[in-house]
Design a protein around this ligand. Structure first.
Ligand SMILES: NC(=O)c1ccc[n+]([C@@H]2O[C@H](COP(=O)([O-])OP(=O)(O)OC[C@H]3O[C@@H](n4cnc5c(N)ncnc54)[C@H](OP(=O)(O)O)[C@@H]3O)[C@@H](O)[C@H]2O)c1
Length: 296
């Protein structure tokens, strides 16, 4: 049995098998401490662990589906068994789906709430009290520039990232002077599998914004977290996008985001089963051209 005094602090990276999480783990490894990588894919975890060791850290891996239930208990048991405590929690697991909310599968959309919101919140609330009691450590949560604005055709994803931003920024304020930091990172597009998996790579919006490397995002995120920052928006273009989204009224920004995210080949949100450009898309074009054409 390990006594409380013998527990070592660890950086726990949720979503550490790939993308931004894996890059953050590599940056944190330079401090030569324990890094716990949590995700589902054994191959991704093994590759990330090798990078952590190369960087000078001590790697531990836990295969865990965060939405399968009981994730905090399983993670806590794993940490205890290895004589570790969660000193820093990095919540990087997340996914999105592009398409009209009425056309996308309901389960897939609810899954975004389960992972991006429920799991992130549950883990944060589970580990924060211990950090506060020890008066050290903190939480680094991944939001997005999508968290600054409602996002037609990626409605659940944008809303989930708005939640992460508001939740994290509020906690940052609540925990001032406790020795514990909560930092929110809100990048624009980053070159990871996320863009392909979510379908975001097909949208004009994600394509007009320059893509950052996960390594660059990780460097800025870790540096910002270490210096106690509340919000980090990496890169000039993402900062500009966030500023525009904050300044423009919803009546102006919503049609703009809708246009930039909609694909002409998408199923029409009206549920006709036809492509948007052959259904309500035609109707919109006809309406703009004037009243002489007949609308079916
Ligand atoms: N890439 C972008 O353009 C971008 C921009 C702004 C914000 N973000 C946000 O940044 C975060 C990281 O994104 P990324 O680009 O690094 O995505 P990614 O490359 O798809 O990586 C996602 C990570 O989450 C893990 N994961 C997904 N579902 C999981 C589950 N149910 N249980 C356990 N682990 C799970 C994945 O591992 P397994 O598949 O092995 O489980 C992987 O390690 C996300 O929250 C995303 O919303 C991304």
């Amino acid at each position: 049995m390990i006594s409380h005094r013998e527990f070592r602090p660890a950086v726990v990276v949720i979503g550490g098998s790939g993308g931004i999480g894996r890059a953050i783990a590599s940056v944190a490894a330079r401090e030569r401490g324990a890094i716990v990588l949590v995700a589902r894919s054994p191959e991704g975890l093994a590759a990330a662990a090798a990078e952590v060791r190369e960087g000078g850290g001590e790697a531990f891996t836990l295969e865990l589906d965060l939405v399968a239930g009981d994730a905090p208990t399983r993670l806590e048991d794993f940490l205890s068994a290895h004589g570790l405590i969660c000193d820093v929690l990095v919540n990087s697991a997340g996914y999105g789906l592009r398409g009209a909310a009425t056309a996308l599968p309901i389960d897939g959309q609810l899954g975004i709430i389960d992972l991006n919101i429920h799991s992130l919140t549950e883990l944060t609330l589970h580990f924060l009290p211990g950090m506060v009691a020890r008066r050290r450590g903190g939480v680094l949560n991944l939001s997005s520039v999508a968290g600054f604005v409602p996002g037609p055709y990626m409605a659940l994803y944008f809303a989930s990232k708005g939640f992460v931003r508001f939740f994290s920024e509020a906690l940052h304020q609540e925990l001032r002077r406790t020795g514990v930091t909560v930092t929110c990172v809100a990048p624009g597009p980053v070159s990871t599998e996320f863009l392909e998996r979510s379908g975001a790579y097909q949208t004009v919006l994600f394509n007009i914004l320059p893509k950052l490397d996960p390594e660059a995002v990780a460097e800025r995120a870790w540096r910002g977290f270490k210096s106690g920052r509340r919000l980090i928006v990496p890169g000039i273009s993402a900062k500009l996008a966030a500023l525009v989204a904050t300044l423009l009224p919803s009546a102006a920004i919503l049609p703009l985001i809708g246009r930039l995210q909609r694909g002409g080949n998408d199923p029409c949100p009206c549920g006709s089963g036809r492509k948007f450009k052959k259904c309500c898309g035609t109707r919109q074009i006809q309406l703009r051209r004037g009243p002489r054409r007949t609308i079916p």
